[in-house]
Ligand binder design. Structure first.
Ligand SMILES: Cc1cc2nc3c(=O)[nH]c(=O)nc-3n(C[C@H](O)[C@H](O)[C@H](O)COP(=O)(O)O)c2cc1C
Length: 361
């Protein structure tokens, strides 16, 4: 089995190591465009040695933004700011991916640090939202309009057009956001999707939107570029989306060209008790990898070098995604490599940028 600092190949993308920056919304874009903030924030993790930088949830339609300050890729003029990010990330030896997202019924909300929380009202720049049904996520959020077949087709096209723009922006890979109770997960989860047409009902109907999105995005990307998928591998509710569903989904979607399944969990409905603990979602990545035979990513409360390295060495996942640990320490990967080397894990060269590496030789 490889270790954390062995390269990972996905189609033609080569990741220098298996540490990835997990997508994390920073709610800091003006009109969806990436600017200096995104360049420095994401660039710092590239100079900090990660193998892959996954850009935060980036809306494929304006109405699919979680907040008015989300990144977006629904217009051509949003490509240039993203290209600055991909150029810089590549110059530092890291690969880049963008997470394409649609918030569905969780759209049009205030960002987390706003004085008011919940739905953004029309007069404050909010907008009508859509979902699989007209049921709101909570009384504090907007009641969505249920998408009809034309509306669903528009969403699928928006994902494909966004993928083409992501390719033009120079991303090495694209990740479809099908987790955390956003639009695609709203369709997947039986707790939310109570439709009785071809996009609801059993597993096949509920996963149809995602299959259509995967096909359309795959067709919009060059063969050489990998397609990643983030799922909520469990709703953590009896009768909700389950790990078994995830294994089945991963196998089917690998056949449609998904190269890696990034296994998160939760978010479909409010008030669920999630057993958060170190590495608590790793078993999902392990099951997807072993039972579906698909490359997987592990995420969630992974904080130490030894923990991350063991996940890869023990064959539980191909890639380890870090969120808060990388916000706390942009140079986490460099520090992890030093630590693993000191612990006798072999010749692990800390991925310093050239400008600093010679200082610490
Ligand atoms: C500030 C913040 C923003 C996040 N935004 C996203 C996002 O845009 N897309 C996503 O899939 N997950 C998002 N997440 C979840 C993280 O990607 C990650 O799965 C989660 O934080 C668990 O990993 P950790 O324990 O290493 O932080 C976010 C998490 C944080 C802390």
């Amino acid at each position: 089995m490889p270790h954390l600092f062995e390269p990972l190949r996905l189609r033609d993308a080569r990741l220098r190591n298996r540490v990835a920056m997990s997508p994390m919304c920073t709610y800091s874009a003006e009109d969806g465009r990436a600017d200096d903030w995104h360049l420095v924030h994401l660039g710092a993790r590239a100079t900090g040695g990660v193998g892959l930088v996954v850009v935060e949830a980036t809306a494929v339609e304006a109405r699919g933004r979680i907040s008015p300050s989300d990144l977006g890729v629904w217009r051509d003029d949003q490509v240039d700011g993203l290209r600055r990010v991909t150029d810089f990330v590549r110059s530092q030896g890291a690969a880049s991916a963008v997470q394409l997202a649609h918030a569905g019924r969780k759209a049009s909300t205030h960002r987390p640090w706003a004085p008011r929380q919940g739905a953004v009202a029309d007069e404050d720049g909010g907008w009508p939202v859509v979902g699989p049904t007209s049921e709101p996520f909570s009384p504090r959020l907007r009641a969505p309009t249920a998408l009809d077949e034309d509306g669903i087709a528009r969403v699928v096209t928006a994902f494909a057009d966004a993928a083409a723009r992501a390719d033009a922006a120079g991303f090495d890979a694209v990740e479809i956001h099908a987790a955390h109770g956003y639009l695609i997960h709203q369709f997947l989860s039986p707790l939310v999707n109570t439709r009785d047409d071809g996009y609801g009902g059993g597993f096949e109907g509920r996963s149809r939107l995602l299959r259509e999105v995967v096909r359309a995005v795959r067709a919009a990307l060059p063969e050489a570029k990998p397609l990643l998928l983030r799922i909520s591998a469990s709703d953590w509710v009896e009768g909700g989306w389950s790990a078994e569903d995830s294994v089945r989904l991963a196998g089917e979607l690998a056949g449609l060209g998904v190269d890696l399944v990034d296994c998160s969990s939760g978010g479909a409905v409010a008030g669920v008790k999630v057993p958060v603990a170190p590495g608590y979602q790793v078993p999902f990545a392990e099951r997807v990898r072993r039972e579906a035979g698909v490359a997987s990513g592990a995420v969630g409360r992974i904080t130490t070098a030894a923990q991350a390295d063991a996940i890869v060495r023990e064959g539980k996942a191909d890639l380890v995604l870090l969120g808060k640990a990388l916000l706390d320490d942009p140079q986490w990967a460099i520090h992890a490599a030093r630590e693993l080397r000191a612990a006798g894990a072999g010749e692990v060269a800390p991925p310093w940028p050239t400008q600093y590496g010679w200082v610490f030789r």
